[in-house]
Design a protein around this ligand. Structure first.
Ligand code: NAD
Length: 653
């Protein structure tokens, strides 16, 4: 069946694209569109056309199967020029998403109408690219340049309401989109044909100073990514030197970026994130239906997990130790949801409904109908055993029982359950209602159905679920522990905490390791080290600097002193007292200190990540190197445009 069909009704032509799943701008769609436009131009009975898509969405991007192949004409820029040259007005009728080439096609149409739930965007920067079919040139001729810059450099789509406000849409359809598009067509039939966007003046023209401000702000947000800055140059060229120069510049930059390391890294992680949870052994395994979620413990993690579950539409029951802890858990969930309300992400009605879907109790009998339970109590094996013993007694036989433990052995936890087959790990990241990453831990005895249910739950929560095996720290914490150890060695060997942090920030991490530790608080890991001290291998190198800080009551940012000294605004300042402590420790151990530059520091960190990653792979803890990259990027601040530690350090042929 053809991907583009043309039908005519009452002098209106309907160009319908049917290219599931996202109506991508594949070759057949591009050539089908040109054919349809030729037919419309040659038919005097037709007075206007409506471009509409079948299925869940308008054109939501390019055809990934054509990536890396020589472009087959007609190429998208030419199809869009053909649309602009149409002799009858074409109305893009948008539902779902108009993204990338999809929005560029809509910009080639004479009018745009969308249903109220539609989203419109140019997300190319997310793949290290800029729009390659005129988006940077046409958009600022329809919307104010600040809006165009924001859409193109952030890659974030805008809602139909916002699109209408800024002039990207001519109308919003209330009711059936197709009916609204037909009604709209009637209002423009006798009007003049609008000028193609390329022939229009930009909506606004920034001054040199304004361009400088835009560039500085974009550079700050881009944190080392080249595509957002290239997008600014393309937009500016199109505005200052005219559309032809702009289009040529955009194309040249697009091709240059497509072949860049950053784009390769971003495409790698894009595909890795989409494939990481696809396990062949779970193909065809039906998950259990999920309605009610239980959460044990309403502390930092439990409240976050409960919030995420409520937002995904589940009924949630939190079990806590006493009424006061129940009230605390409820109050934390309420605070999270109030944040969503204030930011306009949910309505007051939705907020009320979500709070009504939350119950708290001290009685495990309240979990009799729970389909999946996540335990998030204190990190203590005795407490976890107690909780899982109770869950075994009170939950349905097929309820999936998950632990959010960071480090404890979930096989051990499962061993005390009546049915260990349904016990798994669900390792969320803090704040659990915001962080996208979720490590799904396969215990030795977990059955396929429990795992399939866990992945289904993750999908409902909108998480990126990464399967992993049981070990100390799973994928992410294990790699972090490994590179932390090497950072501590570097302290004794000659680096200072702020030098290591500066190298990490320069590399693209949002913050360095020591600043991050200060933020999390130093006392928890101190307690763990003290607990594990009797089991430590005495022959292994041990760096005691973190212990000294805690002994000096330096617990991190919250008490103003940690690896750094914090000023009255909470800003970290390198502390000479800490530097002296570090240097004294080297002397005490008889280590001759040497200088480390940023490149050397990052070499040490990346090598430590790579080596631990290789061990994790050889032990079968991670299914693939891609899984490790997905974890480090989504949970540990590894810069996305570098593709992850395994991608970056892979031997290239
Ligand atoms: P927390 O101290 O903030 O919360 C623990 C909650 O569990 C408390 O509210 C406590 O009252 C409750 N609790 C304790 N024993 C209980 C019992 N027997 N029955 C019911 N409730 C009980 O701790 P947290 O930071 O939320 O961590 C919880 C778990 O999540 C730990 O296993 C931790 O390792 C893991 N985790 C924490 C983080 C993090 O960043 N905080 C990240 C990932 C995983």
């Amino acid at each position: 069946m053809s991907t583009v069909t043309l039908t005519i009704e009452n002098a209106i032509a309907f160009i319908t694209i049917n290219n599931p799943p996202i109506n991508a701008t594949s070759h057949s769609v591009r050539s089908g569109l040109v054919d349809a436009l030729d037919q419309i131009d040659g038919n005097d009975d037709i007075r206007a056309a409506i471009l509409i898509c079948e299925g869940k969405t308008f054109i939501a991007g390019a055809d990934v199967s054509e990536f890396g192949q020589p472009p087959k004409p007609p190429i998208l820029p030419d199809v869009i020029k053909r649309l602009e040259a149409a002799t009858k007005p074409v109305i893009a009728a948008i539902h779902g998403h108009a993204l990338g080439g999809g929005l560029e096609v809509a910009l080639g149409c004479q009018y745009r109408i969308a249903d109220s739930k539609a989203k419109l965007g140019l997300p190319e920067v997310n793949l290290g690219l800029i729009p390659g079919a005129g988006g940077t040139i046409r958009l600022p001729r329809l919307v104010p340049v600040t809006e165009a810059v924001s859409m193109i450099t952030s890659g974030k789509p805008v809602s139909a309401t916002k699109a209408n406000e800024i002039g990207l849409l001519d109308a919003i359809a209330h009711g059936e989109l197709i009916d609204a598009a037909c009604d709209f067509a009637q209002t423009i039939l006798d009007g003049e044909m609008p000028k193609p966007l390329l022939l229009r003046d930009p909506v606004s023209v920034p001054s040199t100073d304004e361009w400088d401000d835009i560039t500085v702000a974009t550079k700050k947000k881009a944190r080392g990514q080249t595509a957002p800055l290239a997008a600014i140059s393309a937009i500016r060229t199109g505005i200052e030197q005219g559309p032809d120069a702009g289009l040529a510049f955009e194309r040249e930059k697009f091709i240059e970026l497509r072949d860049s390391d950053q784009s390769k890294a971003l495409r790698h992680i894009f595909f890795a994130e989409r494939s990481v949870a696809k396990l062949p052994e779970l193909k065809g395994v039906a998950p259990n239906p999920l309605h009610q979620i239980g959460v044990i413990g309403g502390g930092i993690m439990g409240a976050g997990i409960a919030t995420a579950s409520l937002l995904a539409g589940f009924d949630v029951t939190i079990i806590e130790r006493d009424d006061a802890a129940c009230a605390n858990g409820r109050a934390t969930v309420e605070k999270h949801l109030s944040g969503s309300l204030t930011r306009g992400l949910i309505s007051q009605d939705r907020f009320d409904a979500l709070m009504a879907s939350l119950t708290t109790s001290t009685d495990y009998a309240a979990l009799a109908d729970a389909d999946l339970v996540v335990e998030a109590v204190f990190e203590d094996m005795a407490v976890k055993h107690d909780v899982f013993g109770k869950l075994s007694l009170h939950c349905k036989a097929d309820a999936v029982l998950a632990s959010n433990t960071s480090y404890l052995d979930i096989n051990d936890i499962a061993s005390r359950c009546i049915n260990p087959k349904r016990v798994i790990g669900l390792h969320f990241f803090s704040p659990a209602h915001i962080m996208k990453l979720l490590e799904v831990v396969r215990t030795d005895k977990a059955d396929a159905k429990s795992l399939a249910t866990a992945f289904d739950f993750a999908r409902a929560l909108g998480k990126i679920a990464v399967p992993c095996g049981v070990c100390d720290g799973f994928i992410g914490n294990r790699i972090m522990s490994a590179y932390r150890k090497h950072c501590e060695y570097m302290l004794e060997d000659g680096a200072l905490p702020h030098q290591i942090d500066a190298a990490m920030v320069e590399f693209g991490f949002p913050m360095g390791l020591f600043a991050m530790q200060d933020m999390a608080g130093l006392e928890i890991s101190w307690a763990t080290r003290k607990r594990l001290a009797p089991f430590r291998d005495p022959s292994e190198r041990y760096v005691a600097l973190g212990d000294y800080l805690c002994e000096m009551d330096r617990f991190g940012k919250k008490n103003g002193l940690g690896w750094y000294r914090y000023d009255e605004n909470g800003k970290a300042q390198p502390d000479p007292e800490v530097d002296a402590l570090v240097i004294a420790e080297s002397e005490k151990k008889g280590i001759t200190r040497r200088d480390f530059n940023s490149t050397e520091i990052m070499d040490v960190i990346l090598t430590a990540m790579r080596n631990e990653g290789d061990k994790i792979l050889s032990e079968g803890i991670a299914n693939s190197a891609d899984a490790i990259d997905v974890v480090m990027i989504n949970g540990y601040g590894f810069p996305r445009h570098k593709g992850g530690p395994m991608f970056m350090t892979a031997k290239k042929d």
